[in-house]
Design a protein. Structure first.
Length: 287
């Protein structure tokens, strides 16, 4: 008996065909998770990204899997994104580099209150300082969450910073309520970029989250240290040659002055020094 062959609907075939041309046209292909993203905000983000040349395409996960596997023919390594399809996945197409794509998507995110059951996107800290609460049951509620508090000037004040949940841990209903009352909004609403493909390589979002200021500061520090090492070792290059020549001239001049070598560069100073010394001797003789 012949094996039953899975039926692929005309709609799925057309979706794969439509995606195929996009896969060919865009060098940067990413996977995003749209879970918990309100439809109204998705529409705004989609329109905003389109203005920046970024295209978002959505369909069923099974179809996305087929699209990525088919795309492997034109872009080797692309099917590695299949393992990144999570939650409510979508494909993102761009022509900029992965780091710029990540930054563009992150800039469209907004803060939101935490709901019970959600996983913390990072360590959530309740900072020390005054609160708007009057003394009452709130103190024991804070204590249950290991938040140290006391009464200052008739108001509840948190005594020290408290990490109330670690990254990846579930947020309880009690903690959600306290965070909301403290106006702490630790969640982010927006596209959750999972991974990006470029030229056969797949970059997880964690690799793309670069602190530009810190990165530039490290480059500047490395340049300074390399320059100092080159000067110390007398390594001549485009950055050090002028400085090394100036240093060598200064040191040679100092040697010439010390040894009274009548080189043109130090002759005036030698004569001035000799004249000064002669004047001193003359003064001693005339006493």
């Amino acid at each position: 008996m012949a094996a039953h062959k899975a039926h692929v609907s005309a709609a799925k075939k057309q979706a794969v065909k439509d995606f195929a041309s996009i896969v060919k046209d865009f060098p940067i292909i990413g996977v995003a998770n749209m879970e918990n993203l309100p439809s109204a905000q998705l529409l705004r983000i989609r329109g905003s990204l389109r203005e920046n040349g970024v295209v978002i395409k959505m369909t069923k996960k099974r179809v996305l899997k087929i699209i990525l596997e088919e795309g492997e023919k034109h872009k080797p390594g692309l099917k590695a994104l299949v393992d990144k399809l999570t939650g409510m996945p979508a494909l993102i197409f761009a022509k900029d580099n992965p780091f710029k794509l990540y930054k563009t998507i992150q800039s469209r995110k907004s803060s939101a209150p935490a709901k019970a059951g959600q996983l913390a996107p990072r360590d959530i800290v309740v900072p020390a300082g005054p609160t708007p609460f009057a003394p009452g049951p709130i103190i024991s509620e804070l204590a249950q969450l290991k938040i140290k508090a006391g009464i200052v000037n008739g108001k509840v004040e948190i005594k020290e910073d408290a990490t109330v949940v670690r990254k990846g841990e579930a947020i309880s209903a009690q903690l959600s309520s306290i965070l909301m009352r403290l106006n702490i909004q630790p969640m982010e609403i927006g596209l959750d970029l999972v991974a990006v493909f470029e030229k056969g390589a797949v970059f997880d979002a964690s690799l793309l989250a670069v602190d530009e200021k810190a990165f530039i500061a490290k480059i500047q520090q490395a340049h300074t240290e390399a320059f100092n090492l080159a000067i110390e070792c007398a390594i001549m290059n485009s950055a050090t040659t002028e400085f090394l020549l100036g240093k060598a001239f200064t040191e040679a001049k100092a040697v010439a002055l010390e040894a009274a070598i009548p080189a043109p560069e130090v002759l005036d100073e030698l004569l001035a020094r000799a004249n000064s010394q002669a004047a001193s001797v003359e003064g001693l003789i005339n006493k």
